[in-house]
Ligand binder design. Structure first.
Ligand SMILES: [Zn+2]
Length: 54
């Protein structure tokens, strides 16, 4: 896993910063935006960052 620059989906209320996040990886290109968008970090990114999941 790797923490990278944040990105988010305009359809989602959270942002992502981990390449191991399935939700973050599944964002469609048309909805993808760089940066946090002022949104909180997604729960899945928090989990993978803390080593709960691989
Ligand atoms: Zn995420």
């Amino acid at each position: 896993m790797a923490v990278v620059s944040p990105w988010h989906s305009i359809k989602s209320g959270v942002h992502h910063n981990n390449t191991s996040c399935n939700t973050g990886n599944n964002i469609e290109r048309e909805n993808y935006r760089a940066g946090t968008g002022g949104k909180p970090l997604c729960d899945e990114c928090k989990k993978v960052a803390s080593g709960v999941r691989r």
